[in-house]
Ligand binder design. Sequence first.
Ligand code: GDP
Length: 361
Amino acid sequence: GFKCGIVGLPNVGKSTLFNALTRAGIEAQNYPFCTIDPNVGVVPVPDPRLDKIAAIVGPQQVLPATMMFVDIAGLVAGASQGEGLGNQFLAHIRETEAIAHVVRCFEDQNVVHVAGEVNPLGDIEVINTELALADLETVEKALSRATRAAKADKEAITFKNLLEKMGEHLDAGKPARALALDKEELKSLQSLHLLTSKPTLYIANVAEDGFENNPWLQEVEALAAKEGAEVVPVCAAIEAELSQLEDTEKEEFLAELGIEEPGLNRVIRAGYKLLGLQTFFTAGPKEVRAWTVPIGATAPQAAGVIHTDFEKGFIRAEVVSYEDFITYQGEQGAKEAGKWRLEGKDYIVQDGDIMHFRFNV
Ligand code: GDP
């Protein structure tokens, strides 16, 4: 699954944002890979390349790639000790592959702030502390198992030492992802599914006029820069309004706001990137469609996203890059220009590739 969890303290705008994301969303019944859960939204990934390809091919239908957002409510101070929804909340985060952390950077007398005042850095610390404490508990359990095993087994000693190092790091309130580890170490910790090892971005929920000269936003940006994390500023209230409009009204509202596209598009793209995903296309008269694969996927793996039989019986992939497809106005033109390739099973898919698979049944 390609799931990005939305976390944050209560009343920061998580649900507002989630609802806006899913209102523009896709009928979940068409996507059998996802269990239907009111907190899981299947969201189309906005990609202007799709329309450009479709303009050349003229298909009956155009289908975007999708990703999932999960609204994870219930994190409060003490959650790792079972306050609020506590463990249930943590279990939901464990099932995601990336985390979008919503931070309140707007003032509104009508919206109570759980800590009494707007304080994004304080809020971030509360959440990070809870996640780090939950991880610390996981690491301590694993450590006591490893300590017993280490009496009989040399390999277990290495693991025990690693757990001790991670334990100290978490105990200092730092996220697991900030500890520099080599490949082997990362691999041996994988089974613990540490919450703070997941890639994270910040969504700064700002007021309508809060995109510039907003000290709260600047604080979040400074913190994120230190962590090497991305910040996506949005105004959830505007996104909620936009998501309820029909296309023409939406265009007018966007023009009024002086922006080209809803802020949600930036949220979705940032989530997609955070998950380490990229897009390849299939293009035929019936359908032009965007598909998702992890960066680094091979051609047979890409084929497998469409159908498991395509992966099992994979022979070759016909490939044209997106740029060549546009420059030479489609597959035929690309072929004539020598830009059409036959690739084998070791080919690493490139973002934007337009692919056609040859396979045995
Ligand atoms: P959650 O608890 O984090 O899911 O927060 P909600 O999405 O339920 O929002 C809490 C309250 O804040 C609701 O009354 C929202 O209408 C309000 N709210 C959310 N986003 C914004 C925003 O961008 N501006 C303002 N003024 N209010 C917002």
